[in-house]
Design a protein. Sequence first.
Length: 396
Amino acid sequence: MTEDPRIGEVRPEHQVRIGQGPRNRRELMIKALWIGVWLVFLRSPVQDLASGRHTTGATVGGAIGLAAFVTAYLALVFRNMGRPYSPRAVVALLSVLGVLAPLLSYSFGGAWLGMFIYLSVACGATLPVRAAFWAIPAATVVMCLVGTRWHEKADESLLLVPLIGFAMIGVSQLVRTTVELRKARATVAHLAANEERLRLARDLHDLLGHSLSLITLKSELAGRMLPDHPDKAAQQVADIEQVSRQALVDVREAVTGYRRPRLAAELAGTQVALTAAGVTADLPAEPDLAGVPEESESALAWALREAVTNVVRHSGAERCLVQLTHRQTLDGPMLELSVEDNGSGDAGGIPGNGLTGLTERLEKAGGALEAGRIKHGFRLVARVPAASRGDVGSGA
């Protein structure tokens, strides 16, 4: 697993990013294979050149033209999946394809009309939507005109060329949308981090501003009183100690609140993590946490984080079901979190450090943990009190 530093999103190593250039040789090979497999439509021109029905000069010229066409096509489409060319370079490469496709098709026969498919794909993948909506029908019309010499072949590509071209427009729009969403997510994460820093700064100012001002004032008073009134100076020092201790308690409580995970935030993070890992997630809606103690919510949030981490890293699951249920028991109202997957992980065999620490955390909050293998996967169930002990006692 790797973490995207821009958005903090955990992403599997095997996942190929949409709309971005390859990060390593493996992704380069995957994208090259994905693009290269569509070169199967060029088998007809290759077979035509290998048939021997053309002269040697024509065969050599056709091979050179075909190689130039494939080179321009691959350079245009493959590069466009990463860092696109400039508009001028795109137009130049499309012009090469637009000249070679009708020239070779008209010169060598109907077997070469499949080159218009690549011209249509290139137009749909690289041109703006409005330009592509004109270029693809134009390529189809040119193919029909060229195909008048090979009437029996032109009919086969008459629908294929525009359909594939317009489909590529949709794919290109999907890629552009994915890139924009990725940038928007990074921007939102950056703004959220800035807002959190500002909130922390405001809270620390509110917590420490008054205390530090009071400490400073009493320190000055103690300094003035020390030569002539040591008893009063000692009282000021005692006050300074009391204020300092209270400020330390306030800071610790504030830091604990910042560290405490929230169940709603963990559910949102769970959706992102499972989706990135290729696991189908079934999550509850916004949880009803009215009256639930913060300690209980924090314990369930830690339980959800640990369970999802095990699903992503160890289970090999395809589906994950998360349920949050309020239950009335003899010990009072309980909030139950269930995380179930259909993977083959052995997390239930010997409890690891994560489950052991989670058990201790839940017990400290007055809850309990159950985790183990089920018939078709693994299930973790965490229970915590849904009401404070005082509320339970008063309602008895």
